[in-house]
Design a protein around this ligand. Structure first.
Ligand code: KIV
Length: 305
């Protein structure tokens, strides 16, 4: 039986590196790797190194994800479902996104982190006009985001161009776009017909031409995601439920830690797996990074369509 350390048995700590409670790193972790920026993401695509992305919503999880080697952190509007208990992401406000982006950015700054930080523009914050999108993007950039994410195809092109021309990097998002779940009739695989697949290919290419520097592909057949990835030489693709042919992967933090009381989506894997010898959040994140980088996650036979 292992015993809990007492004051007498706990290892001594010197004052300079004294342990600190509440999850805060007492001493900033020295930079173990270079900061990730757009050039590095492009290099990774060119060299075929997979990009590991994870969502985070607070300072501590973000810092731990960075320490585990995550390349990009997305403050996703999925926070509406995993943090706020909403049924969809539709109710998430720009103020909620600003708050969580600021929390994550502070955590990354305090840890002298390397990860690239993306803030998700929520439903209704970029739909009226490109000017409204710029105002909303500025809120997230000033909260610490380095890039904003926008859901949608053709109708977002003008907005993407407008933001990029003004120095705001944009991550686009096609396939299952959760903010339009009501219009789509549920969380369903997209691009299954030849017509919808052709539209997705056209929109992906147009988003790259408009200046998008990342593209999330959510719940699309693996073969289509691979085709789009091969088509886009200047815009790495990040898959979620899109098979293992994309330039990188993203998962929602709570999903990959097995924190889901309902039925897990097919594309999710629980990386906090005691049976595989992983007993900590950091260990689970490390296992995720390893599996994304070596191409073993996702397994098309298990996690894709
Ligand atoms: O909000 C989110 O977490 C996302 C990912 C699922 C890509 O958009």
């Amino acid at each position: 039986m292992t015993s809990v350390p007492t004051a007498a048995t706990a290892p001594a700590v010197n004052d300079a590196a004294a342990a600190q409670p509440y999850g805060a790193p007492s001493v900033p972790t020295p930079l173990a790797r270079k900061s990730i920026g757009l050039p590095r993401l492009r290099d990774m695509q060119a060299q075929g190194e997979k990009i590991a992305m994870l969502t985070a919503y607070d300072a501590t999880f973000a810092a731990v994800a960075d320490a585990a080697g995550i390349d990009c952190i997305l403050v996703g509007d999925s926070l509406g479902m995993v943090c706020q208990g909403l049924d969809s992401t539709v109710g998430v406000t720009l103020e909620a996104m600003r708050h969580h982006t600021e929390c994550v950015a502070s955590g990354l700054r305090r840890a002298q982190a390397a990860a690239w930080l993306i803030g998700d523009l929520p439903f209704g914050s970029y739909h009226e006009s490109k000017e409204q999108a710029l105002r909303s993007a500025v809120v997230l950039m000033q909260a610490g985001a380095q890039m904003v994410k926008i859901e949608g195809g053709g109708w977002t092109l003008e907005t993407v161009r407008f933001l990029v021309e003004r120095g705001i990097p944009v991550c686009a998002h096609l396939g299952l776009t959760p903010q339009t779940v009501h219009a789509l009739g549920g969380y369903r695989v997209q691009g299954k017909t030849e017509e919808s697949a052709a539209l997705l290919r056209r929109e992906a290419s147009a988003l790259q031409d408009a200046g998008a520097s990342l593209l999330v592909l959510e719940m699309v057949p693996a073969a289509l995601a691979l085709e789009v990835t091969q088509l886009l030489t200047r815009c790495p693709t990040i898959g979620i439920g899109a098979g293992n042919g994309t330039s990188g992967q993203v998962l929602v933090l709570h999903d990959m830690l097995g924190m889901n009381l309902g039925k897990m989506a097919r594309f999710v894997h629980n990386f906090l797996d005691g049976a595989a010898g992983v007993h900590s959040v950091r260990g689970a994140m490390r296992a995720y990074v390893r599996a994304v980088k070596d191409g073993s996650f996702p397994d098309n036979a298990l996690h894709a369509w």
